[in-house]
Ligand binder design. Structure first.
Ligand code: NAP
Length: 278
């Protein structure tokens, strides 16, 4: 194979040094014996359009985009999938052979696949869901839960106006609660998700009272560093089944890898080991 035929992909963000995506994609390329490279790219906001225009000319078949470029990437795309349009952000870009840019968002897919694989009996329609947070990740989780049939989503966020915006956008199945009353929305909830950045290494702990939590609820933290957050530990003390955020990161990456490099990657314990926070 000539050099020019080796597919290139990568992740664009700022900062980007902390991203686990290069380790993940390189692991899959090695495991599957595929030609290809995946590189981290620190790109300033004002250069994003120019960079995306140049990439296909250099052999890039696609890329991931992360903070702060997820919304801007959507605006720069020639075509946008329905789920990216609903979420209002892109995380997976593909350059077609004619240079056209297709924007997708796989965060909600990764979220659902993580829950389905980790807790095979989990069903979105088994009862109300609770979502803490109203940022980009929460939007993807809400779209995914609505799509999967959640009958009601109770939403709370430190900045209440952001929850209200989501309720207006996504409609009547969303019920907004005050952040200070967050403990009151847990009664009979069957799915509980922390989509805030609280509990991440270096951030304050997520301290919502869990007294009202139903022991049959499935509790998921999107935070994956640390892997076993204080929130998940406290939910297990109540008797709940808990799911960490690492497999969401892995599942959201798989569709892009398959599109760019041509094979569906394996999602097994070895890939978790590659990504475990050190
Ligand atoms: P984001 O858009 O910046 O949103 C951050 C959220 O956290 C907002 O709801 C924000 O509330 C809340 N928050 C931040 N500091 C807070 C504090 N001190 N007290 C209360 N709330 C606080 O970030 P994001 O992209 O949605 O990411 C959120 C989390 O999900 C991060 O930990 C990220 O690593 C994780 N994530 C994981 C995956 C995965 O694959 N596992 C994928 C995406 C994201 P305000 O609106 O009030 O600021």
């Amino acid at each position: 194979m000539s050099d020019t035929a080796i597919p290139l992909a990568g992740v664009i963000g700022l900062p980007i040094g902390h991203s686990r995506s290069p380790a993940l994609h390189r692991h899959w390329l090695r495991q599957l014996g595929l030609p290809g490279h995946y590189v981290p790219m620190a790109v300033q906001q004002e250069h994003l359009a120019e960079v995306l225009q140049s990439m296909p000319k250099m052999g890039f078949v696609g890329c991931n985009v992360t903070i702060p470029h997820k919304e801007a990437a959507l605006d720069l795309a020639d075509s946008v999938t329905d789920r990216a349009a609903l979420i209002g952000a892109a995380n997976t870009l593909t350059f077609r052979a004619d240079g056209r840019l297709i924007a997708d968002n796989t965060d909600g897919y990764g979220f659902l696949e993580n829950l389905k694989h980790s807790v095979p009996h989990w069903r979105a329609d088994s009862g109300p869901a609770v979502v803490f947070g109203a940022g980009g990740a929460a939007r993807a989780v809400i779209v995914a839960l609505l799509d999967a049939g959640a009958p009601e989503i109770r939403l709370t966020n430190r900045t209440k106006s952001r929850s209200e915006v989501l309720r207006k956008e996504f409609g009547g199945r969303l019920v907004v609660y005050d952040w200070v009353q967050a403990g009151n929305m847990l009664d009979d909830a069957m799915t509980v998700v922390n989509a805030t950045s609280l509990g991440m290494t270096g951030r304050p702990e997520f301290r919502v009272p869990l007294d009202g939590l139903n022991p049959n609820a499935v509790v998921n933290d999107l935070v994956y560093s640390p892997l076993d957050t204080g929130f998940l530990q406290r939910a297990r003390e109540v008797g709940c089944t808990t799911v960490d955020g690492l497999n969401m990161l892995i599942h959201q990456a798989a569709p892009g890898f398959e599109r760019w490099f041509g094979m569906r990657p394996e999602i097994d314990e070895t890939v978790r080991q590659v990504l475990l926070p050190r």
